[in-house]
Design a binder for this molecule. Structure first.
Ligand SMILES: Cc1ncc(C[n+]2csc(CCOP(=O)(O)OP(=O)(O)O)c2C)c(N)n1
Ligand SMILES: [Mg+2]
Length: 758
């Protein structure tokens, strides 16, 4: 706080704090009174006596800080001219450049949005890269932006192993931990890793963000792993500027909260002073790399120039407080080091400062002239790559006979030689096949290992493929999906299980905001392919209540780029899993396989004991085309029933009764793929039939039936008699009452009968 003895000069009371911080630097140089000058240190000597930082190191770090600062200042100026589209800056956080310097460019980094200093410094690690121009292209949303192709202002670089992050604070911590775990897993599996085996994962975030549940998930899981003496080489970097937008972090909170955490090793570093902080950061990085333990680096920073360009702090904070914060500007401290050490004079430093400003503005002007994204096709190009021929070839590739034989225990035990089986068994067999086919595939989740899952769907996998490839996780869905992203980042093929659909929802952002968006925001440079198995939907007789019978998957249906499959029978499930793993391996896609629990054990279709829902296991060279529905009675034209999951056997039962009772001929279309929805197949079959009934066990609002209805109307088929039997907009109650809220055989038959009379 300013005391009356230090009145705040008029020029420091202005609205434009960026201009004031800029001027502060210049005035600081002008006012600097040098001590009697010693000789500037040699390049390899400490920049100041006692510092772990050499003069050469300081000069480069300081330049990285200045580049970052001028990128911020330039963004503020050019935003108003519509030449730059992002003003969340790094000012006050430029000390994070030390972490980049002390780590390697092959240490995967998941960065806080205030990472301008880090990036400028990391760019030095590879020859021929230009932090100023690359950042300028990103700020300008140019199609030539090497990070995202103009889709988002993100810190990202493929060659520098900086995976672009979304704006959702803390959402990157679980995948950073996952990547750290994957580094170790790849080594144990002898999987050819794209990075050295002693790499660490770096993950930075703000002080306010550290409180988020998603951050706590990652800290807790890292501790859970280290507690068992297992490696988790992740460096969590908390950049503590004491505030989150306008909410202050209680003074001392970060230190007190994390200093004495079991199995999360705390280090403090002064991020405002390169000479002092460098050795402190070095200690944390080295500790993490050598002990392979989760490490929490508390990096002191400050926030200069507000949260973003739109944040006029002066409107909600006292001028005294603002000025006091601005006095902690780390660039003033770096300038002092530069002058005190004799590496610069005020004049030479001023010239250096201005030269970097000129360079940043020139880059911004050049970036402004580069092309922007101008078509929707270009916006969407990296969202959902799909190469059907390559997928078909990969899905049907069956050249892993020896490994298959070992997995199933010999020729006679191959699943296609067994009698027809039900869904749970066939998924289990298909998972054995996937694990045999892809040595990089991993199955993990709650209870999936020795127990084989709540419904025994993963039974035997642990025995067949061992601990390293089939394992239980801790009970945290956010973490399970974070791990999946981490494994995928290192080229493994994660097949995580979410135990129940209801429990996916608490972790939804890990798919919606993170996994499914990576290809989009990185312009398809990074991919995190995975096949997420989720057991769900209603009609269970053994285990009642909403949470084991959740029938709402609307949260998955609109995730851009996601593939959502839902089998109703075992042979389809096996073939769909082949297609999904091929989509992951070839096109890097993220998919969800929604398994209807109530059909896991279903064996009969029309009458008890008829075995009508048992099917032979398809040989390993058979797969499905993405989007292709299964059609029953393809020549029938009286009525089309469109359904999926539990609705399919219901529809088939109704079809038989209608055929037996009134001679009506009913075609049944099992969608199998709920996203993307195959609107043209729906239209084609609807056009061929006189009437359409949609049987949708999801909720009336926002379930896939709405999509089917839209497909019909948009195909000009809205004039046909169409009806929908659909779940009610309610949670599912316990016991028999559950069946009141879901479509029933009786309702399907009644609706079909009514349509046939229409
Ligand atoms: C999950 C989520 N909630 C809210 C926001 C909006 N938001 C963006 S930054 C921010 C404050 C973050 O503060 P801190 O973590 O201390 O980082 P700082 O900006 O201070 O560096 C908030 C609330 C967000 N991006 N993500
Ligand atoms: Mg903060």
């Amino acid at each position: 706080m300013s005391s009356p003895a230090h009145p705040i000069p008029a020029r420091m009371r202005g609205l434009n704090r960026a201009e004031i911080c800029d001027q502060n630097f210049v005035e600081f140089l002008a006012a600097f009174e040098p001590a009697p000058r010693q000789q500037a240190p040699d390049a390899d000597a400490p920049v100041l006596p006692g510092s772990a930082l050499t003069a050469r190191g300081f000069l480069e770090l300081f330049e990285s800080q200045l580049i970052s600062r001028h990128l911020d200042l330039r963004a503020r100026v050019l935003r108003v001219q519509n030449k730059v589209f992002y003003t969340i800056g790094s000012s006050g956080h430029e000390g994070n450049a030390m972490i980049a310097r002390l780590a390697r460019h092959t240490d995967p980094a998941f960065l806080h949005y205030r990472s301008g200093g880090f990036m400028a410094e990391r760019f030095r690690k590879l020859p021929g890269m230009d932090p100023v121009m690359d950042s300028a292209l990103s700020f300008a949303a140019s199609q030539d932006d090497p990070a995202s192709g103009g889709r988002h202002k993100v810190w990202g670089s493929k060659p520098l192993w900086v995976l672009p992050q979304t704006s959702t604070i803390a959402s990157h911590l679980p995948k950073a931990l996952g990547t750290a775990v994957a580094i170790e897993q790849a080594r144990r599996l002898r999987h050819p890793s794209p990075i050295p085996e002693d790499s660490i994962a770096i993950c930075s975030f703000g002080d306010a963000s550290s409180n988020h549940a998603t951050a706590q998930t990652a800290f807790n899981a890292a501790q859970w792993i280290a507690y068992q003496k297992l490696p988790a080489p992740v460096l969590f970097v908390c950049e503590d500027n004491g505030i989150g937008i306008s909410v202050k972090t209680p003074p001392g909170w970060i230190g007190e909260r994390y200093r004495a955490c079991r199995d999360l090793d705390y280090y403090y570093a002064d991020g405002l002073d390169l000479a002092r902080g460098y050795g402190q950061v070095a200690a944390a990085v080295e500790h993490c790399r050598h002990t392979r333990r989760p490490t929490f680096l508390h990096l002191q920073t400050t926030r200069i120039m507000g949260h973003a360009g739109t944040d006029f702090e002066i409107e909600w904070r006292s001028i005294e407080e603002l000025v006091a914060v601005e006095r902690t500007d780390p660039l003033l401290r770096s300038a002092a080091i530069a002058l005190e050490s004799g590496l610069f004079t005020p004049d030479s430093l001023r010239a250096h400062y201005e030269a970097i400003r000129t360079r940043c503005f020139a880059a911004a002007d050049a970036a402004d002239r580069r092309p922007k994204i101008t078509t929707l096709a270009e916006v969407m190009r990296p969202l959902a790559p799909y190469t059907p021929d390559a997928i078909a070839a990969e899905a049907g590739r069956a050249d892993y006979g020896d490994r298959r034989m070992a997995a199933f225990g010999g020729e006679d035990r191959l699943p296609e030689r067994q009698p027809p089986r039900h869904l749970a068994i066939q998924i289990n067999q298909a998972l054995h096949d996937a694990m045999a086919k892809y040595p990089q595939a991993l199955v993990f989740g709650e209870d999936v290992a020795q127990k084989g899952g709540v419904y025994t769907v993963t039974k035997g996998l642990h025995k067949a493929f061992g601990n390293r490839r089939v394992f239980n996780t801790l009970l945290d869905e956010t973490l399970i999906l974070g791990l999946a992203q981490g494994y995928a980042n290192l080229g493994l093929l994660p097949i995580p299980e979410i135990q129940y659909l209801a429990y996916f929802h608490n972790a939804c952002d890990q798919l919606r905001g993170e996994a499914a968006s990576l290809q989009f925001f990185s312009n398809d440079q990074f991919r995190n392919p995975m096949v997420v198995r989720i057991a769900g939907l209603g009609y269970q007789r053994g285990f009642g209540g909403h949470f084991h019978n959740d029938n709402s998957f609307a949260a998955l249906r609109d995730i851009p780029g996601l593939v959502l499959g839902c089998p109703s029978r075992g042979d389809d499930a096996a073939m769909m899993l082949r297609t999904l793993t091929a989509l992951a391996v070839v096109d890097g896609r993220v998919s969800v396989f929604l398994e209807p629990i109530a059909l896991y054990m279903a064996k009969d279709l029309h009458a008890p004991g008829d075995g009508g829902w048992l099917f032979p296991y398809p040989p390993p060279d058979q797969a499905l085309v993405l989007g292709e529905p299964r059609i029953y009675e393809p020549d029938a034209t009286d009525l089309l029933i469109v359904s999926y999951g539990n609705g399919v056997p219901m529809a088939l039962r109704a079809a038989k009764q209608l055929a037996d009772g009134q001679g009506a001929r009913v075609r049944v279309l099992d969608l199998r793929w709920l996203l993307p929805l195959n609107a043209s197949a729906i239209a084609e079959h609807a056009r061929a039939c006189d009437r359409v009934l949609i049987v949708d066990e999801g909720r009336r609002s926002a379930s896939v039936g709405e999509g089917v209805m839209t497909a019909l109307v948009e195909a000009g088929l809205g004039g046909k008699p169409v009806a929908r039997v659909v779940g009610a907009d309610t949670y599912t109650p316990l016991a028999g009452a559950a069946f009141l809220v879901l479509p029933s055989d009786g309702e399907v038959l009644a609706a079909a009968t009514a349509l046939l009379r229409a």
